[in-house]
Design a protein around this ligand. Sequence first.
Ligand code: CA2
Length: 145
Amino acid sequence: MSRTILLLNGPNLNLLGSREPEVYGSDTLADIVAGLREYATGMDVRLIDFQSNIEGELVDRLHEARGEVDGVVFNPGAFTHYSVALRDAVSATELPCVETHLSNTLAREEFRHTSMIAPVCIGIVAGFGPASYRIALDALLAHLG
Ligand code: CA2
């Protein structure tokens, strides 16, 4: 059965490829999205993508996703660590969501060890660079069956 998945990216991820390649790699967000879309298309999955630096826009996009998509791959960026609003929005969608990170947040600063979002997700993928998104999509599709 064909699926539609929302790929959501949060603050500063639009800067990928321009700075800190040692942490986040050299791919731009456009490269990552294009690669994931190609991967998804090969599995008959339609990928809708959205990035914002604004918390409220991410909340709004999650609200719109209800009834529109089958699940969400979400890299909330730094909002991961403190946004109750995004946690509540993920919960309100009642959609399966995979929290996804390029870096291994648990191997970094202490403040990155906490996730507000993870408890309302089906799981987390972190630390595999752009491959994190493909692994997250695979996990989400396996969950959907
Ligand atoms: O590892 C991840 O995917 C993160 O979500 C990335 C966030 C960070 O706050 C999270 O703790 C983990 C930061 C994204 C910032 O991306 C930049 C890219 C290039 C230059 C500067 C920032």
